[in-house]
Design a binder for this molecule. Sequence first.
Ligand code: 13P
Length: 255
Amino acid sequence: MRRPFIAGNWKMNLDRNSSVALATNIMEKLKAFGAAQDVEVAVCPASCYLDAVATAVDRSILGVGAQNMYHEPKGAFTGELSAAMLLDVGCQYVILGHSERRHILGETDAAVNQKLKAALAAGLVPIVCVGETLPQREAGKTLEVIRTQFSGSLAGLTGEQMATVVIAYEPVWAIGTGKTASPEQAEEVHLDLRKIMADCYNNQIAESVRIQYGGSVKPSNAADLLGQPNIDGALVGGASLEADSFMGIVDKAVG
Ligand code: 13P
């Protein structure tokens, strides 16, 4: 059984006080909710507040993740953070290859792959994002794009490593737009990702990897998306910036 996993990607939002307050609020709600066993929940604040958030929460109830990292362990890489640094401030997870990093900051599959290997070697749980743009979907190239991103970003992992990775399918056209992939559109891609993993590894690994959906997930559409057999959670942007809407999504993952 794949344990549902809901993560909030706060992107470049919130200040120090509101980051700590939101994380604490979510953690208290999770405690009251008693859902900690049934669903894994994490928040990914801006990197400068990771330390403060990780210190403020009980990370066995609410996990903490970074939004990016660099693949080198240390050295002259101005502005970058290593996997060891993220672990040192209390991160358990790291988002890799988010579409905003791919499309705005020019991150390639090869770069994501280097980061992924460094994250795995350090013991972080990577959340690797894949997703097609609207022109790619309209050209009927969705599955081809996802397969290319998978084989580039997730190349060269052992089966054991693959089993620890979380994949997030985030169609670029659904991110921050209010347009959500229909449950059927999302399920088609999630199922295809499982087929890719079955081909590259085996059925057992394909069935064990958790695949989140991301792109305008809200409490009102979460139940339909999370009800799909191959959707194992959500990577939430806008709706994760407020405790009630985020918990409204967590709630659907348990039900
Ligand atoms: P929204 O939920 O705001 O569409 O963002 C999704 C996302 O990019 C999460 O990583």
